[in-house]
Design a protein around this ligand. Structure first.
Ligand code: SAH
Ligand code: SF4
Ligand code: F3S
Length: 474
């Protein structure tokens, strides 16, 4: 009963948004007549897959309104979908915003919108209001489904429109979205995060955890598959806690088993599992599955139990390593990747050596390493013993060297094997090559033409180059 009521509300909201799309379309058509040319919009995305998926929703709405999508920021409507996970993400946005000012001088009806995680921080919005007055629209992460309505409001106002919600319990289904790739797609299975790792801003800017109904997820994937999608990436900040708060709780492993049944779908990926919640049930489902890729991104963050505790990660070095062991035992050909933060407050040389130790024992196929970045409002930002830059840099370099060496060794293991590859694009440097992705997430470059894009083919791995391969089609 409750569920039905929510459903109707979501459907009503969707209907309302389609009405706004229509109203905006009338504006665009009229403006095009006036100018004698098409109107163009550019969406620039910073940050993670979550943001990339959100941008596809923004592009979907823009296309329905009638904008032509361009990569060029010198156009009629620029949208920055921002990230604030580390300080340098913010710096880049401010830099680019400054440049937009000149385009707007040339093209006064140009609109500029900012959305995404950075906009959920009050001090950022304050700064934009004061220093970047050429911005027309600011909205957050919880109300992107209202994009058409916000554009409409913007068209009818001379003032900067700001609409930011602190949090939401709402999930609006069935809005348009335009995929970047025809053959693969991200699929949100949940929004928000409840973990509050002490360094991380995400729970503050993405709100509390909300899971989508399994039925809505399955229906979305079925529609995607009917439209040519062969690979989906299930997205959430901690996919292992998927479904816990649904009226009829469902585990992530159960959801995966349902997704597996979808005919025509060939590959399933997911991002990100949290080590503290990764269940044996999930490992079992993965090991039995024909479709779930044998790749697990398992963020370590630190190898020191002491630091992990301060990070509020809720696992120890030993628990992490034993999890890795269990995974490797059940899924021998698994590819493991990770995220590591260097220089968390209070990190001693000994703590850092624990991280190096886990890296050597876990033997990652690849790893993203980050220098700790202080995020205002998080508990870690006010912890004592912030680590001096030179110490962090030195550790970072040592870690990177170790990781590169191990991933080169790991990559070499597959040389001379023939593996299935999903061809994704023409090679950027050499157009006689295409680039494809193995089930384990590594890239292969091999001779072929565009007609193969979107297909899954057998490729012989001739040579390993650090973290990618040169191959040959068989
Ligand atoms: N939910 C995912 C990741 C989200 S953010 C998870 O739990 O793994 C992606 C990565 O950014 C994190 O894994 C972490 O390594 C890094 N990160 C997050 N906050 C950071 C900070 N303040 N400084 C440096 N790196 C950070
Ligand atoms: Fe951030 Fe931790 Fe949530 Fe990941 S699980 S988004 S690192 S708080
Ligand atoms: Fe993603 Fe950055 Fe937001 S990593 S969730 S876009 S803060």
């Amino acid at each position: 009963m409750m569920e039905n009521k929510e459903k109707n509300l979501s459907a009503l909201e969707t209907e309302k948004q389609y009405e706004y799309i229509q109203k905006c379309r009338e504006y665009v058509q009229q403006k095009e007549k006036e100018l004698g040319r098409t109107l163009k919009a550019c969406v620039n995305t910073f940050g993670c897959q979550m943001n990339a998926r959100d941008s596809e929703k923004l592009v979907g709405i823009l296309e329905q309104i009638g904008y032509e999508i361009t990569e060029n920021e010198d156009c009629d409507f620029v949208i920055f979908n921002t990230c604030t996970v580390r300080e340098n993400a913010n710096t880049r946005v401010y830099g680019r915003l400054g440049q937009l000012k000149n385009y707007k001088k040339k093209n006064p009806h140009m609109m500029i919108a900012l959305c995404g995680c950075m906009m959920q921080e009050p001090h950022v919005v304050e700064k934009i209001k004061n220093t970047y007055r050429h911005v027309d629209l600011i909205f957050g992460t919880h109300n992107i489904y209202k994009f058409a309505e916000l554009i409409y409001n913007c068209l009818n106002s001379d003032r900067m429109i700001i609409d930011i919600w602190k949090d939401t319990d709402k999930i609006v289904e069935d809005l348009p979205s335009e995929r970047k790739y025809s053959f693969k797609s991200g699929v949100n299975i949940m929004f928000g995060c409840n973990n509050f790792c002490s360094y991380c801003i995400v729970p503050y800017v993405r709100g509390r955890e909300r899971s989508r109904n399994p039925k809505d997820i399955i229906r979305e994937i079925e529609t995607l598959v009917a439209d040519g999608v062969r690979e989906v990436m299930l997205l959430g900040q901690n996919v292992n806690s998927y479904g816990k708060n649904l009226e009829q709780p469902v585990t992530f492993a159960e959801l995966l088993s349902e997704v597996e049944k979808i005919e025509g779908l060939e590959r399933i990926r997911f991002m990100t599992p949290h080590p503290k919640d990764l269940s044996d049930e999930l490992i079992d489902v993965m090991s039995r599955s024909e479709k779930i890729c044998h790749h697990i991104h398992l963020p370590l963050q630190s190898g020191s139990t002491e630091i992990l505790k301060k990070m509020n990660r809720r696992y120890t070095k030993e628990q992490y390593l034993s999890l890795v062991e269990r995974i490797r035992e059940k899924i021998p050909d698994v590819s493991l990747t990770t995220d590591i933060i260097v220089g968390f407050p209070g990190e001693t040389e000994e703590d850092f050596l624990d991280t190096m130790d886990v890296v050597r024992k876990a033997r990652y196929d690849s790893a993203y390493t980050f220098i700790y970045s202080k995020r205002t409002g998080t508990p870690a930002a006010v912890m004592e013993n912030q680590i001096p830059e030179e110490v962090v840099k030195e550790r970072f370099d040592r870690l990177l060297k170790e990781i590169q060496q191990i991933s080169a060794e790991m990559t070499r293991k597959n040389v001379n094997k023939t593996m299935k590859v999903l061809v994704e694009s023409l090679n950027e440097q050499d157009e006689s090559l295409v680039t494809g992705r193995l089930s384990n997430n590594l890239l292969v470059h091999f001779k072929a033409d565009v007609s193969l894009i979107g297909q899954i083919v057998d490729v012989y791995l001739k040579e390993a180059k650090g973290f990618y391969y040169i191959g040959e089609r068989v």
